[in-house]
Each structure stands twice: as structure tokens, then as C-alpha cells.
Design a protein around this ligand. Structure first.
Ligand code: HPA
Length: 237
């Protein structure tokens, strides 16, 4: 089933075994333009841009996920199932739920807690927690340590809702479930990897903090996320 309804690549070989997934299509383009050589664009359906190139001579792809679990659910499923992708590493932003998640800190999501129905509906999976793939996490930890980039390894909250009427609920989610930050995709990504026998990991950079109300501008984010990208790019094969 290639091309798929949402990915236009006409051959599996156009996409590497490892795909980095930022949410934003323009960040995917920025990564390809800034860090990759011999870049070929393999997707433009709905402007969800995807590129394959080499990093230090090793093949890697980068494609946007869009925002939220329905969106990453579609793209990650099609990449794993129809394009034989083995590893997806989400590289995203998150909001800190504790004061020690400082702006620009990097978090490796050990697992994701969510109130989302995604996994239940997708396959009947009935737990609120899904783990990332340990083998990928171990590799990412080693790379971060080699690059001397400090990294928090924590549980994160994957939320379906960005604008809550009662925004203070984050305190309960931290207290009851131990989530130190919020984003909107990892739970679905980790679930798809598990049901399809594939690997997934998630690196996040703190872009705002719900306790201290610090936040970054879109422009600052583009450059400041370089640390996280350098770690992820080393996963090229
Ligand atoms: N909420 C949800 N997702 C996010 C946030 C947030 O505050 N910041 C970055 N991604």
C-alpha cells in the first residue's frame, strides 16, 4: 500500500530505517537544511514535509508528525507498517510541570501517561502508561553522555488538550502520576511501536513552564533545540 493515504513516497528505500519526528513541518525542513547532506524530499502531502539525507555519512530521515495523538498516530503507523521504518524518535517541545524543568532542558521520556483513549481504541490496550523502547533509550543516554549534554529521564504527560479551563489540574497529574512535563504525542507513538513490534523514543526540550510561567518565542525555539537534535541525529545508521 505505497504510497499511503498520507505519505507520498513511492518506494520504501526513500525513507531510512530511523526517522526523527518533530511536530512542525518547518522544523523538519530546518533540520534537513542545517544538518543533513544529499537531501531528498519524500513527502509534501498536506505540507507534512519529509526528507531523507545523510548525517556524518549515515542515512537518516526526518518527517513532521503534526500536533496531537491522532496526527502522530497516522504518520507513525504508516511509516512503521508500510515503509518498514524500524525506529522513530520524536523530537518535540514540552511544558514543564515542576520548577526544576528549566527552559531548554532536555528530557528523555522513559514512559508516557495519558488520559487519552488512543491505545484503548487502537488495539484494546487498557493501561494509562506506555513505555518508550529501552534499547533506544539506552543508546540515547550513551550519546547524550558522550556529548556531555545533561538529560532528565522521566515520565511525561501526553495530553489531548492544550487549553484546559482549569489549568491548575497539572498539579494533580504531577502528584498522582509523576509526570514532570506535558506534550501531546508520545503515548500514541509508543503504543504504535509496541503493537507493530517496532522501536520508539521521545526527546523533549522544555519550551515553557507551567509553574514559573517562563516561555520561549517561536524564533528562540528554532535554534535552542539544537542540543536535542544533535543527540537524535547520532542515531543515524
Ligand atoms: N502543553 C502541551 N503541549 C506542549 C506544551 C504545553 O504546555 N508546551 C509544549 N508542548
Amino acid at each position: 500500500m505505497i504510497p499511503t493515504p498520507h505519505i507520498g513516497a513511492t518506494d520504501k528505500s526513500m525513507i531510512a530505517k530511523t526517522v526523527l519526528m518533530p511536530g512542525d513541518p518547518l522544523r523538519a525542513k530546518f533540520i534537513a537544511d542545517t544538518f543533513l547532506e544529499d537531501v531528498v524530499q519524500f513527502n509534501s502531502v498536506r505540507n507534512v514535509l519529509g526528507f531523507t539525507g545523510t548525517y556524518k555519512g549515515r542515512k537518516i530521515s526526518v518527517m513532521a508528525s503534526g500536533m496531537g495523538m491522532p496526527s502522530i498516530g497516522i504518520y507513525s503507523y504508516e511509516l512503521y507498517k508500510f515503509y518498514d521504518v524500524e525506529n522513530i524518535i520524536r523530537i518535540g517541545s514540552c511544558g514543564g510541570y515542576t520548577a526544576d524543568m528549566k527552559l531548554y532542558d532536555v528530557i528523555l521520556a522513559k514512559d508516557a501517561w495519558s488520559e487519552s483513549s488512543y491505545a484503548k481504541v487502537q488495539s484494546g490496550y487498557d493501561s494509562a502508561v506506555v513505555e518508550g523502547t529501552k534499547a533506544l533509550n539506552d543508546q540515547l543516554l550513551q550519546i547524550a553522555s558522550d556529548l556531555k549534554i545533561p538529560m532528565h529521564v522521566e515520565r511525561i504527560h501526553s495530553s489531548d488538550v492544550f487549553y484546559r479551563e482549569n489549568f491548575e489540574e497539572y498539579k494533580d497529574i504531577y502528584n498522582q502520576h509523576g509526570c514532570v512535563a506535558v506534550e501531546m504525542e508520545s503515548f500514541a507513538l509508543f503504543h504504535n511501536a509496541n503493537v507493530l513490534g517496532k522501536k520508539a523514543a521521545c526527546l523533549l526540550t522544555v519550551s515553557d513552564n507551567l509553574v514559573t510561567h517562563e516561555l520561549t518565542t517561536a524564533e528562540e525555539r528554532q535554534n535552542a533545540f539544537t542540543n536535542m537534535m544533535k543527540i537524535a541525529l547520532e542515531m543515524a545508521e
